[in-house]
Write a protein that binds this ligand. Structure first.
Ligand code: 6PG
Length: 491
């Protein structure tokens, strides 16, 4: 048998898989393609991959035989049992040091488990976030690999050449241990949900609040795309709003207002709750999709529940549009602040060494949330890798201060109009809570102790003989009940 020629193998010839293969081929790598329905391999070789160096395989055994060692095999199959099934099928044909890479949207606990299971067998596992959809896969996605650290030197060149490049830097770097690659991709998707919800709220305010037509809103987004909001999602929003159906009506107005979701935003919100981190904006973005999904109930509610009479806007329209831009920018800063807080917390918990500047750099290009803004986040973490929160960085601190008046005016006006702004509002509520030295949690502690003897602590400097320092205290608030406090536990 001839010597193996394949630099890397790829299983799963759906749209992402095919495009990634062609991209890797363009970058000079020989890819061996395999698909469970093998006729797809032949179709691919005869059509899209015609004239390329791409090789086909009609069995897992053939795929493995055609790969140089250490073998590197990317799985681009549906997240879940299919990934485990392919890993199982591959194992008999692999040798120590070979690398299985899962490029699907897998849930990070699965990637933690798979890394451990494969390392125990002498194999290496990488769970890699791949973002950018079809276009990204073909011309340069954002790649977020994490898992068996020993695998990185072997895949680095292929990954960094295949990924998008911004200012000559690849949008791919080693994320960290075990499931961290998929964790970071999950947070990316959560942030994507947040960005999309913020843009949708801005559209709603412009349309229902100011009464502006889609074609003009498209122009506003096009202008915004030249400033601090310069990003892929703002750009495509302008294009979407300009896109008319055959009758000249904006197509977007004919689309049913029920948002779908595959679950990665929900995973981020759940991870945030589990970590005890206030990632409120992504949470609201997920809930907004849930509320959108109960269309029939909303239709019934709209018939019997009235909001305020929507007065026409009498202020300075351009000023309000500028305020809206600032509201969107400030809310976005909060969303990313929260996302990075979550990653920090989880890294602490799971002992991951995450490189936050590297993560922001990976997201600057290739992916759905790519933006100029991510360059500023990269700089913030390059200046201080231990940055507690983006709001402590000079650049973002100034930006959020500048945006604050407009941000408040927009939310106040939307409130008076009765236009929902869950993402804008939760961002501002977080901002006001985060910058508050004192929050009313003292009362919550008192209530907990009153009804359940859950104890509280005393503010430093306010201690006395009844209220000792650094001690969990229970007070008999009513004169009834005992003095015994509840045992402590956390759900
Ligand atoms: C990407 C996207 C992608 C995601 C879709 C759909 O980075 O390319 O995040 O991975 O699956 O955007 O997600 P929802 O169906 O949950 O909106």
């Amino acid at each position: 048998m001839s010597a193996p020629v394949g630099d890397i193998g790829l299983i799963g010839l759906a749209v992402m898989g095919q495009n990634l293969i062609l991209n890797m081929n363009d970058k000079g790598f020989t890819v061996v393609a395999y698909n469970r329905t093998t006729s797809k391999v032949d179709d691919f070789l005869a059509n899209e991959a015609k004239g390329t160096k791409v090789q086909g395989a009609h069995s897992i055994q053939e795929l493995c035989a055609k790969l140089k060692r250490p073998r590197k095999i990317i799985l681009l199959v549906k997240a879940g049992p299919a990934v485990d099934s392919f890993i199982q099928q591959l194992e008999p044909y692999l040798e120590k040091g070979d690398i299985i890479i899962d490029g699907g949207n897998s849930h990070y606990p699965d990637s933690i488990r798979r890394t451990q299971e494969l390392e125990a067998k002498g194999l290496l596992f990488v769970g890699s976030g791949v973002s950018g959809g079809e276009e990204g896969a073909r011309h340069g996605p954002s790649l977020m690999p994490g898992g068996s650290t020993a695998a990185w030197p072997a895949i680095k060149e292929i990954f960094q050449k295949t990924s998008a490049q911004v200012n000559g830097e690849p949008c791919c770097d080693w994320v960290g241990e075990t499931g961290s690659g998929h964790y970071v991709k999950m947070v990316h998707n959560g942030i994507e949900y947040g960005d999309m919800q913020l843009i949708a709220e801005a559209y709603d305010i412009l349309k229902r609040g100011l009464g502006i037509h889609e074609s003009e809103i498209a122009d506003i987004f096009t202008t915004w795309n030249k400033g601090v909001l310069d990003s892929f999602l703002i750009e495509i929003t302008a294009n979407i709003l300009k896109f008319n159906d055959d009758d000249g009506v904006p197509l977007v107005t004919k689309i049913l207002d029920k948002a779908g979701q595959k679950g990665t935003g929900k995973w981020t919100a759940i991870a945030a709750l589990d970590a005890g981190t206030a990632v409120t904006l992504i949470g609201e973005a997920v809930f907004a999709r849930c509320l959108s999904a109960i269309k029939d109930e909303r239709v019934r509610a709209s018939k019997v529940i009235n909001g305020p009479q929507r007065e026409p806007f009498r202020g300075d329209k351009q000023q309000f549009i500028d305020d809206l831009e600032q509201a969107l920018y400030a809310s976005k800063i909060i969303s990313y602040t929260q996302g990075f807080m979550l990653m920090r917390e989880t890294a602490k918990e799971l002992n991951w060494n995450l490189n936050y500047a590297g993560i922001a750099r990976m997201w600057r290009g290739g992916c759905i949330i790519k933006s100029v803004f991510l360059g500023d986040i990269t700089s913030a973490y390059e200046k201080n890798k231990d940055l507690e929160s983006l709001l402590f960085d000079n650049f973002f601190n100034k930006a959020v201060h500048k945006a604050q008046p407009g941000w408040r005016r927009v939310i106040a006006q939307a409130c008076l109009w009765g236009i929902p702004t869950p993402a804008f509002s939760t961002a501002l509520a977080f901002f006001d809570g985060y910058r508050s030295e004192v929050v009313p949690a003292n009362l919550i502690q008192a209530q907990r102790d009153y009804f359940g003897a859950h104890t509280f602590r005393v503010v430093s400097g306010k201690e006395n003989s009844r209220l000792p320092k650094d001690t969990d205290i229970h007070i008999n608030w009513t004169g009834r009940g005992g003095n015994v406090s509840a045992s402590s536990y956390s759900a």
